[in-house]
Structure formats: structure tokens, C-alpha cells
Design a protein around this ligand. Sequence first.
Ligand code: ADP
Ligand code: MG
Length: 277
Amino acid sequence: MLVKLLQEEEGEGKRGMATGEPVGLSEAKLLRETEGGLRKLGLQQAAEVVADHAGEAARRKASHPAFLHGLLAAELEQRERGFFQRHLRLARFPAPKTLADFDFGYQPSIDEGQIRELAGLSFLDRKENVVFIGPPGVGKTHLAVAIGMESLSRGRTVLFVTAQELVASLRLAHRTNLLAGKLRSYTRPDLLIVDELGFLPMDDVDVANLFRLVSERYERGVMIVTSNVGYSQWGQLFGDQILASALLDRLLHHSITVNINGFSYRLKDRLADLTEG
Ligand code: ADP
Ligand code: MG
């Protein structure tokens, strides 16, 4: 295989790209070889644009580092776009939401700076969980999804699941002896969004399953949790089960809480009608 590759290289020009100075090659041929080499290295987008970039660089008398930088940026951008498109469906967001379509003016209890900081994703590197707490309709799911989309666009894998689905699927997996595999599917993504942790009926087994999930992600992968109920009521979520406090301990040890107190955005137009009328 190696011999064949070298022969191919040989056929293209007297001296292969790797063998030294490409003396005597015309610019067009140099570009063709460079393009071929980039393709062999799997840098498809760079191969696609290298000729244009080279022409543009010559016209603008750009420096060599500037040319290389531009070429790499084109490749990286295309890869991030490709990653986003391939992983968007896998993330299972209920509907695409972005920070750009979030109206901060409507929700003054939200610290916009804090949300923009979260969208910068340093919490992912610090392995901090994020908990959005607030009444229905204030934008908890919207913000969680927007941060999830931002994570995807920067090459992080994301999975969105409602707390209800999560508990039900772990329960089923446990019953059918498939728990380990199911847990892996929830621990693998860089970011797991658990939406609407509320008053679900949970028995000992459910709490034990959740505990395993949270433990396996602890200090390794990040979770965003949204909830309609404040921490003071979280004890009730899990009943008086012994594992509950250990679970909360791990979930909240490194975590950021975003409390939202405000009117439901779903009532926005109706509230406006009422105040106008
Ligand atoms: P929650 O999860 O807190 O119950 P959602 O995030 O589901 O609320 O918000 C309900 C609906 O209102 C969604 O369609 C969401 O996109 C929209 N929404 C909520 N808050 C805002 C906001 N401040 N700006 C724009 N849209 C919002
Ligand atoms: Mg919601």
C-alpha cells in the first residue's frame, strides 16, 4: 500500500511533495499537487479552496502565515458545520432555539451577561452543571436548547431528554437487563440536557437508576437541568429515599443555578391585550 502511494506521488512530478523542493514545477502544477495532498490528508475543504485562496493571497500580497491561517480556518469552519449537521438530529432538541431569538427585555430577572457567559461554554470545560429554575413559560427550555445548539456548533455532542422520558427509559432498561448500555447512551454526550425535572412519581429503582447516571457523569460530563420547582422542594422529588441526598450532592457539587422569576412568555400577547384593554 505504501509503495503504491509513493508510486502515485512519483507519477505526479519528479519530486513528490514530501521529498523536498518542488523545483521547476509550474504554479498550476504546484497547486494541483497541493490540492491532491490536502485531499489525501482528508482536508477536503482546504483542497477545495486552496487555489482560490492562493490567487487571493497573491493579489493582496498576503503573508504566508495569513494565507495558511485562512486555509485552515476554511477547513475548520466546514468541519464544524458538518459536525453540527450530522449531530443536530442526534441531539433530539424539541425545536431549534437560539439566543438570538431570546428577548432578554421580556425577562428582566435573567442576567443577560450570565447567559452569554454560559453560551461561551467555559462551564463545559470546568465540568459545571447548570440548573434553570423557574415557573412555566419563562424560557428555561429555550435557554437550555440555545446553549445546547451553541455547544453543538463548537463540536460538542449533546443529548436532550425530558426527565420523564429519561426515568421511563432507564426503568425499562433496568427491567430488561439493558441498563448498562442505556446508561452509556446518556453518559456519552458531552452535554446532557434533562428538561422538566418536576414531580414525577419515582420509586427506589428510579432513584437508584438516576443516581447511577449522575454518578457516572459526575466531574466527567456536564448536565443542564431545568425545573419548575426550587431546591427546597427537590427533596420531595425523590421522596425520602436514602440515595436522594447523595444524588443531589453530586449533581449540585459543581453547579451554576439560574433562577428565573417572571411572567410566562406564552402569555405575552394576552397580558399585553389585558393591559391595553
Ligand atoms: P419553560 O421551559 O420555562 O416552560 P420555554 O422555554 O418552553 O419555557 O418557553 C415557552 C415558549 O416561549 C417557547 O416557545 C420559547 O421559545 C418562548 N420564549 C420564552 N421566553 C422567551 C423570551 N424571553 N424571548 C423569546 N421567546 C421566549
Ligand atoms: Mg420547559
